[in-house]
Design a binder for this molecule. Sequence first.
Ligand code: IMP
Length: 205
Amino acid sequence: MVEILLATHNAGKIREIRRLAADAPLVWHGLDDFPAVPEAVEDGATFSANARKKALHFAAATGLLALADDSGLEVDCLAGAPGVHSARYAGYAHDYAANNRRLVAAVSGVAPAQRTARFRCVMALARPGEVVLETDGQIEGLIVTESRGTGGFGYDPHFLVPQFNRTLAELPPDDKNAISHRGNALRAMLIQIEQWLRGQGDWPA
Ligand code: IMP
């Protein structure tokens, strides 16, 4: 069995990947299995740079294949902000309420139909010293100034998915995963992992 380290402490992300990859001959570890390994520094200018840096860091530290992601929100009328700064848009990491207040203030003078945006998630798979695969998942939507829904996290209550006329925070988790940037990046990554391992003769017949 091929072992892959998921560069996250988030038990929800690990559970989700194990579920999506349930039939694959892969063994997934989380960072909690490697408590002595230090965190990676996320100071890249792009989602791709951060995902690659994280994957290389954890592959080098453990000797395993490492899968890392970086994600965030790009709002067109804000020239792509908050982008790689999504987690700390209002100044403090993961203060979702403050981030959303800043987002609402920033788009409030823009006509609703012009508030086009997307979530992006870039995933990178590295072995020690080399990034071997990268995928980029997206979901398109509109920013709404009124908060709607209690599910999800982060900017979800302000991200309207036009085809459902619901925000991501109004969708059940499985429905969000089926269309989300992270789900799309992960599904593409699992396909590429299988192709790559088959090409190396590491995928059991
Ligand atoms: P990270 O990739 O876990 O570092 O996430 C970066 C930031 O982007 C998060 O803190 C959120 O603010 C935002 N973000 C990423 N994915 C989502 C999502 O699915 N819903 C809402 N916010 C998200």
